[in-house]
Design a binder for this molecule. Structure first.
Ligand code: ZN
Length: 694
């Protein structure tokens, strides 16, 4: 399963093997011992994080966060650590407590409690998983071994799609870009084991080393499922050749950010002509998809090239590749220890510089939330999310939406007629806070105690069936794409909604005891970030109904592009690690959202302060004026550091800028920041050529 456009998130996904990587910062190599202690949530503004010897007008990241890394060195079981990680870790402890409670085989558990408790307990039983060896995997390996003819591949590929093995391509569902009321089938490029296409094609010593390590990793994994050393070595080379050929016909991640590049709606017959080697009608039937007549072929050139590859590659190599894709996709915790450790050795240690594997309980908490997110989320919000938290957040979201309405009015580059349309889109954005109104029904998902791999496979099949079953049906506007316990937030251009799971609404990001200035700087800027995504270089192409429909005058669109060039240049000038620069085009949407978001939060805070009669010149008990508090809190969203390898990975795959630039790249574009800290024009945080899009 796959999706064509990312739903624009604000933060991190902290675990190693997800394809959304942490939002990052300055490289540092300090390694602390991995301690299993629950980190206390810091207050909204934490003066202990600050380095007050730094000049805020020169190096604001150091000023706001300079002491963070000493307080929170990266633990050995992480590849990065920052403000969001504290909240993430704290939430893992909360979920752990709940799951421990439900893991006892107790008749009083509700069906959902049975499922989450047994999923967790089974994941935790490493000895049983190891003792079972390759036996649970045998059924899947046998399916591949049984293939005698390329004609039988379609059935196997259909099964693969259901169990989250994206061999050769991805298949899934999406809202039709041009008619958001429709849910349609989509197929997309896929089939790679490395994080992204350019990992196969980039030149240079670091890239070549990664590829060598990857080939060795494939060989080791194949040996662990029974191949001889010589066989595994030869097979790993062939797999690398095949994946490299797939990479060459894949579209790069920057081009993929333009919706029109990944939207090619066509009748199924036309897809069949592009890729005769795959029987698409059969694949749709075998995946239990409701009737499919048209399909978005995100990248038609890929499917044309894929057909040639399927034709020219011998069946033995294809079967070897399918075995590799299978063992690479099964989560490590459900595999015997030797496979799990080898998986970590490459993806954790080699790729991200992480010395140690995460404690098993943390991996199992995350796995349970991944498999049964709304069942876990239901008990989580009952225990940890209050009506008051929700009400305060809703109020803040409304304040920031009002600020955006006023902000659109102040733009000098946009015509009155486009402003009317921009406001219309803004007022159609739906706000979703905390958790869904209707909980997902997991009754047809069977979780069996003692069958870790089976549980992972059944959970994948359940989810993929659920998603595919949407095809041809009306859109459920209440659906969430993140679980309630997730420490993150997103904007969805097709839904035209902003979503803030309960997990992100915790201190320091949202501190009920902090002054308003602090909360506007933290979660206010995040709300503004998500709203602005609706109007970044990608989101602006969708209208209020979620349709890809050009509502801009040509002149305004030209002006918008010209304004964004300033940000492309600004961020493209930042060096992230060694010789690796930030990709100004890849990160443009996120940078626009960061810059617009902080401006909106600032405007909303000013309005709030005026309403409440807050004296903006008087110093608070913190020793700072409210506006200084606002900006320090904003900076402290992104405190932290990353291992150099992890940072390299982030810059090459993630549309978010490294954390240092999410702080300094943004405040230097806000004239209000310079005023709050009495900076002089021309100082680094108050440049003469500041950028402004929104
Ligand atoms: Zn974002």
């Amino acid at each position: 399963m796959t999706k064509t456009l990312p739903r624009c998130a604000v933060l991190l996904a902290l675990l190693a093997f997800s394809f959304t990587f942490p939002a990052m910062g300055r490289a540092q190599a300090t390694t602390a011992k991995s301690e299993d202690t629950n980190p206390a949530l810091p207050p909204g503004l934490d003066q202990q994080f600050m380095d007050k010897t730094a000049n805020p007008c020169v190096n604001f990241a150091q000023y706001a966060c300079g002491k963070f890394d000493k307080l929170y060195p990266i633990p050995a079981d992480m590849s990065a650590y920052g403000t969001g990680t504290i909240v993430y870790e704290h939430t893992a402890y909360a979920l752990h407590g709940l799951l421990e409670k439900f893991q006892a085989d107790d008749a009083s558990r509700t069906p959902n409690q049975q499922k989450i408790g047994d999923y967790y307990a089974t994941c935790m039983d490493a000895n049983a998983i190891d003792a079972a060896g390759l036996k649970p995997l045998r059924r899947e390996l046998n399916r591949i071994a049984a293939i005698k003819d390329k004609k039988e591949l379609t059935a196997l590929l259909a099964h693969d799609q259901l169990i989250n093995v994206n061999a050769f391509f991805g298949y899934g569902e999406q809202q039709d870009f041009k008619d958001a009321r429709k849910q349609i089938a989509m197929v997309d490029q896929g089939g790679l084991g490395l994080p992204e296409r350019d990992y196969y094609l980039r030149t240079g010593a670091a890239a070549e080393k990664t590829r060598q390590q990857y080939v060795q990793h494939i060989a080791k994994m194949l040996q662990l499922i029974g191949e001889s050393e010589a066989e595994a070595s030869a097979d790993s080379t062939k797999i690398m050749q095949l994946e490299t050929a797939l990479a060459k016909i894949s579209m790069d991640i920057t081009s993929r950010r333009d919706p029109k590049n990944v939207y090619h709606l066509m009748p199924v017959d036309q897809l069949q002509e592009l890729t005769p080697e795959i029987e698409w009608a059969k694949l749709f039937t075998l995946t239990d998809t409701p009737p499919v007549t048209e399909v978005n072929v995100a990248n038609p050139d890929f499917f044309k090239g894929l057909n040639a590859l399927l034709e020219s590659t011998d069946l033995k190599t294809i079967k070897t590749y399918l075995r590799w894709q299978l063992i690479d996709s099964i989560p490590g915790y459900a595999l015997p220890k030797a496979l799990d450790e080898e998986d970590f050795a490459f993806f954790g240690r080699d790729l991200q510089g992480q010395p140690e594997q995460r404690p098993r309980w943390k991996r199992c908490v995350q796995a349970t939330d991944g498999a049964l997110g709304e069942a876990v989320g239901q008990v989580y919000v009952e225990a940890y999310f209050t009506k008051e938290d929700k009400a305060r957040t809703v109020q803040m979201v409304h304040d920031i939406e009002d600020a955006m309405d006023r902000n659109i009015g102040t733009l000098t580059w946009m015509s009155p007629e486009t402003k009317v349309k921009a406001k219309a889109k803004l007022h159609m954005i739906a706000d979703k806070i905390g958790y869904p109104d209707h909980w997902r029904d997991y009754s047809s998902l069977k979780i069996v105690r003692g069958d870790a791999l089976g549980n992972a496979v059944r959970a994948a099949e359940f989810e993929n069936h659920r998603v595919l079953n949407k095809i041809g049906k009306p859109v459920d506007r209440g659906e969430w794409f993140m679980s309630p316990a997730t420490v993150n937030a997103y904007y969805d251009p097709s839904m035209n909604d902003i979503n803030f799971p309960a997990g992100i609404l915790q201190s320091p990001l949202f501190d009920p005891n902090a002054p308003d200035a602090v909360n506007y700087g933290h979660v206010g800027a995040i709300v503004g970030h998500e709203l602005t995504h609706g109007f970044d270089d990608e989101g602006r192409k969708f209208d209020g109904n979620g349709n890809l429909d050009d509502w801009w005058t040509p002149e305004d669109a030209k002006n918008f592009d010209a304004m964004t060039q300033c940000e492309v240049k600004e961020y493209g000038g930042f060096t992230a690690v060694d010789d690796v620069k930030v990709n100004g085009k890849l990160t443009l949407g996120e940078n626009t959202a960061d810059n617009g978001g902080l401006r909106l939060a600032y405007m909303a805070f000013l309005a709030d302060a005026q309403r409440k009669g807050i004296d903006l010149d008087a110093k608070d008990s913190s020793g700072f004026t409210p506006l200084q508090e606002f900006f320090i809190a904003y900076g402290q969203n992104w405190c932290g550091s990353n291992r150099p390898k992890q940072l390299r990975l982030q810059v090459q795959t993630d549309p978010h800028s490294p954390r240092e630039f999410r702080i300094e790249g943004v405040v230097q574009n806000q004239p209000a920041f310079g005023k709050a800290f009495d900076c002089k024009a021309g100082q680094p945080m108050m440049p003469v050529n500041a950028c402004r899009v929104w």
